[in-house]
Design a protein around this ligand. Structure first.
Ligand SMILES: [Fe+2]
Length: 294
């Protein structure tokens, strides 16, 4: 557990997808937000599991937390969200950035989703605009629009902490890919610099870590540390150099294992698609339809 002046935080690392989820709460009131929760998914078996989500529920129970929010930084391509499952157990409003509508429109076409799936964000309880302020108990938080990795990415700032999603990774890893539909390396650079302009002592928590072999997974850093050490955007690396590096690197990356199952669940706020008439939900695999990937 990490202590800041008014908040407490627990991180949950899922080794199979490299995802870090968070429970953060106001110490005084015990009002909480759950951030980027994982629904475990065995693609080969087509089977979901709630072990990761249940660890977050245990934290909520242990500390007697009141869940105000379930926050997504973006529609993840590497894991399914357990937002809906968590909401069924502990409540809270599921929220994401308002540009999720763009992502929904893009992927509604790619998956040819059912007619009554509307790309209007209505699957979520709340859509944040850039700079919007919201409360976790008595703690004020701010939602920051940081597009680039996807068009809808948000960061959440509270109590001297910023949850950056995939906008920055640990300093020795650098940055996330910007080649998903609607992603853009130049936009990502500008969003990263928006976060790097926060006070240097601001603590940063990342949504993923893919550590090099010589260190354990980590997720906590700071603006000062990123500005000094981030291998892709430390001070002195200009926008054109970053864009050239990122574009070249993205061209070498494989498609994430879970992108096709994950996005169709995550644009529904963690809800599985409607079940067929036999009561079973099915995921769709579009053939030769994911743009930009061979
Ligand atoms: Fe991501």
């Amino acid at each position: 557990m990490s202590n800041h002046s008014r908040s407490r935080l627990e991180a949950f690392y899922d080794g199979s997808t490299g995802t870090v989820s968070y429970v953060v709460w106001e110490h005084a009131s015990r009002h909480a937000a759950l951030i980027d929760p994982v629904l475990d998914f065995d693609f080969r078996a087509g089977r979901t599991d709630t072990a990761s989500a249940d660890r977050m529920l245990a934290c909520v129970a242990e500390h007697g937390l009141i869940v105000d929010w379930i926050l997504e930084t973006h529609a993840h391509a590497d894991h399914l969200s357990s937002a809906r499952y968590l909401q069924q157990h502990v409540g809270g409003r599921i929220a994401i950035g308002e540009r999720i509508r763009d992502v929904q429109a893009t992927f509604k076409k790619i998956y040819n989703l059912e007619r009554n799936f509307l790309p209007d964000g209505s699957q979520f309880d709340h859509l944040f605009s850039d700079g919007e302020r919201f409360m976790i108990g008595g703690l004020e938080a701010t939602a920051l629009w940081v597009p680039g990795h996807t068009p809808a990415d948000m960061a959440y700032l509270l109590d001297g902490i910023v949850f950056v999603g995939d906008t920055l990774f640990m300093p020795d890893v650098g940055s996330a890919r910007a080649d998903f539909p609607g992603g853009d390396a130049r936009t990502l650079y500008r969003s990263m610099h928006r976060l790097l302009a926060l006070p240097p002592e601001t603590t940063m928590y990342v949504c993923h870590d893919y550590p090099p072999l010589d260190r354990a997974p980590a997720w906590r850093t700071s603006v000062a540390e990123q500005r000094a050490q981030n291998r892709h955007v430390r001070d002195g690396i200009d926008e054109d150099s970053f864009v050239a590096m990122r574009t070249a690197r993205d061209a070498t990356l494989e498609v994430p294992t879970l992108i096709l199952p994950a996005i169709q669940v995550n644009v529904r706020a963690g809800q599985l698609p409607p079940a067929d008439d036999n009561g079973v939900a099915y995921l769709r695999i579009p053939i030769n339809a994911l743009p930009g990937h061979r």
